[in-house]
Design a protein around this ligand. Sequence first.
Ligand code: ADP
Ligand code: ASP
Ligand code: MG
Length: 416
Amino acid sequence: MGIVVQKFGGTSVGSIERIRNVARRIREVHSQGHEVVVTVSAMGKQTDELVALAGQITDDPSPREMDMLLTTGEQISIALLTMALHELGLPARSFTGWQAGMVTDAVHGKARIKRIDTEKIRQCLDRGEIVVVAGFQGISEDGEITTLGRGGSDTTAVALAAALSADYCEINTDVTGVFTTDPRIVPQARKLDEISFDEMLELANLGAAVLHPRSVECAMKHNVPLVVRSSFTEEPGTWVKESVTMEDTLQVRGIAYDLNVARIKVLGLPNRVETLSRLFGLLADAHINVDMIVQSEHDAEVVDVAFSVGEDEWKQARNVIEQNRETLGYVKLISETGLAKVSAVGAGMVTNPGVAARMFTALTDAGIRIKMVSTSEIKISCAIARERAKDAVRALHTAFGLDVNIQQEVTSPAGV
Ligand code: ADP
Ligand code: ASP
Ligand code: MG
């Protein structure tokens, strides 16, 4: 039997009793004859608490020191979990990201994994030990400790599974799988037995916290069999895979939301060929992810551009633009925080032209104003006021027939 990678999130290791429960779950897989590599997050809400501690000192912490601080959370949980495994009589050893050979680029706070030097892990596995690796962290080529971005332990797990050619990677969390939307907001959400990589990637990118987007990207790229399941029950969970056999004709597979959205409007830019590339080039150089973009031309001379960024990055985005005011030549900069983005995702959407209209109607009927729209072949997203986000998710879940016990209308692909 081969290697299995098991990941347990913050809630799953949120107390000593839960850590003991996780140790028993690991024992189960180990006793089936698998070699086991485990990744864990920090206990409970500890990462949030560490962020808040830093906030008591400064509004603008050094990214390097933030990584130094946040990586301590995972270091606590790997040590405690390994002790719990020892208590069950199992040989186990914990590793920080750098000890495990997790080499990343040097972008603090959102580092990307370059490679994993797996020698040490393999030596442990060869000795029959269970390997417990701190999630969400790594080390840059020049020896700096980095983190992969919030929720990044999922990516640690999948990257380990890819590097070790594991049989499968199991993401154990506080819900029983991937649902049609966040089951904490919509109790009528349905659990999916399986979902395609494409759809899962889109849902994760659009805010479905159940999987870190880069974990899905990595699983897709390296073809890692991936399952999301509960740390607390024996239910089978959701398999994320290349293509799915069921419900392929559904227009909309799920609804996602992201509460971390801000909008920046740059008004009165010169209407020139290079305007957009210059503006977004500056933001890219500062590693700021821009999401929705709307351009409106006044006339041959002047153009306005509005775009959305994560609210945690809007100050940085605004500063970058203000520092380049002369080069960009705009008249006015307006920023707006407190927004959210709600999205409908489904591979069947591409052949069904009515989806956008249905989405706008559902939001209008709920009295929700749409501030920006963006679309791709398999999603439609709307930016709205954050305080209406949950109402919007509920309205869309019902409008697209996703509520449990409601059969979704299945339409034929266009032209058939
Ligand atoms: P962990 O600490 O285990 O990594 P997260 O809080 O990061 O857990 O992710 C699990 C949470 O994701 C769930 O508690 C749920 O509220 C949220 N979630 C959002 N969208 C979905 C969805 N479509 N399906 C399942 N859970 C979702
Ligand atoms: N502890 C980190 C966080 O809370 C990483 C993770 O849980 O995946 O974001
Ligand atoms: Mg998570």
